[in-house]
Design a protein around this ligand. Structure first.
Ligand SMILES: NC(=O)c1ccc[n+]([C@@H]2O[C@H](COP(=O)([O-])OP(=O)(O)OC[C@H]3O[C@@H](n4cnc5c(N)ncnc54)[C@H](OP(=O)(O)O)[C@@H]3O)[C@@H](O)[C@H]2O)c1
Length: 331
């Protein structure tokens, strides 16, 4: 485990020269993304942050942006409205960013929740949580890769369940559309594995970009309440149990933000960034070099080697092709 003291010491070295100067946060209107933005702004470094969120969150986010400007007058926060569950809107948002920026240093993706209730589809025909946790995230990456490649230390972080992959994903029905294939656990397992295997292929094609699939552990963000059908008694019982566990065993907002800022900036993952004197992080291929890192809540790198080997052999090609075909109209 990387201790909280080590995390804080590393983050204390973030300044104008070492900070990710241009970041895009999708999912930063609440939870882990929001805590990470706060931690980044609190470094006092000169940073520009595109905060992408849906229209309904613009008003509630105004006070947060004011808070950030007070903490750090050198933080330039650009509210960017986008319905990120819709791939057409992801494309529109990315094109807007590409018009204004020549480079992006950090792309931080954390929108989503587990699909506990009945299956809900977006107007584009995708299961809502799968779109938020997988397709929309991968589309952001594909669009912004040319800008990331212009950075000296580009980094992409997808917050979901790195290291928790399960090899029993449904490869014949990747979008879980057939009756009986969809469910909260089946969905989350499918989206976690799809994230990892697509990111690993992206990492192999973009050796200069550092990719992290983060598993944040338990953090009290209200996430356990999302995704349920309205009025569900099971939802209340579930939220009570989970939130009690999180209360006793979860990370504070502050620590979660600091840990994800460390993941966003430390050379522990791939060698570039804030110098790291500890054990170098090991990528998903078991090597202490750049690539995809499956980083858990302790900021340790996991391998999940047996499962990953099966996924690589059996599913990676199919998921890659399926995803590229599905996203093609929005590229
Ligand atoms: N928190 C945990 O303990 C935990 C544990 C393991 C994994 N995770 C996963 O890690 C990721 C980040 O978790 P978190 O707790 O930070 O999440 P969160 O705070 O509950 O939500 C993160 C973001 O998702 C956006 N979002 C939710 N529904 C949306 C929709 N229908 N359309 C557009 N945006 C939507 C939210 O936007 P609004 O502000 O507009 O609602 C928010 O910006 C999630 O995928 C979660 O499943 C979380």
């Amino acid at each position: 485990m990387v201790s909280y003291k080590e995390i804080q010491a590393s983050n204390a070295l973030i300044n104008d020269a070492t900070a990710p100067r241009v970041s895009v946060f999708v999912g930063g209107t609440s939870g882990v993304g929001k805590f990470t933005i706060r931690a980044l702004a609190s470094t006092g470094a000169s940073v520009k942050i595109y905060l992408v969120g849906r229209k309904s969150s613009e008003e509630p986010t105004r006070a947060f942006i004011q808070e950030l400007n007070t903490i750090n007058p050198k933080a330039h926060i650009i509210w960017t409205e986008g319905e990120v569950s819709l791939l057409a809107d992801v494309k529109r948002v990315c094109e807007g960013i590409k018009e204004k920026e020549s480079r992006v240093d950090l792309l931080f993706l954390s929108a989503g929740y587990a699909p506990f209730g009945t299956r809900k589809e977006t107007s584009e025909g995708l299961e809502l949580c799968q779109s938020l946790e997988y397709y929309s995230r991968m589309l952001f990456i594909l669009h912004l890769l040319p800008l990331l490649r212009q950075s000296e230390a580009p980094r992409v972080i997808s917050v979901l369940g790195g290291g928790m992959e399960n090899s029993r994903i449904n490869i014949d029905d990747p979008d879980l559309k057939q009756p009986g294939n969809f469910g909260a656990m089946k969905g989350q397992m499918q989206y976690i594995a799809m994230n990892t295997i697509f990111l690993e292929k992206l990492a192999s094609e973009n050796p200069d970009v550092t990719f992290i699939h983060s598993w944040p552990g338990w953090v009290d963000t209200g996430n356990a309440r999302r995704g349920w059908d309205e009025g569900s008694i099971l939802a209340r019982v579930f939220a009570f149990v989970v939130e009690t566990l999180i209360y006793f065993f979860g990370f504070s907002h502050e620590e979660s933000g600091q840990r994800h800022l460390f993941e966003s900036t430390s050379a522990a993952f791939g060698g570039r960034g804030i110098p790291w004197g500890g054990k170098p992080g090991v990528n998903s291929l078991g090597k202490a070099e750049n690539g995809l890192f499956l980083v858990d809540y302790k900021c340790d790198c996991r391998l999940n080697a047996k499962v990953m080997s099966t996924l690589r052999e059996k599913d990676q090609g199919k998921i890659w092709e399926h995803t590229k075909n599905l996203l093609q109209p929005y590229l």
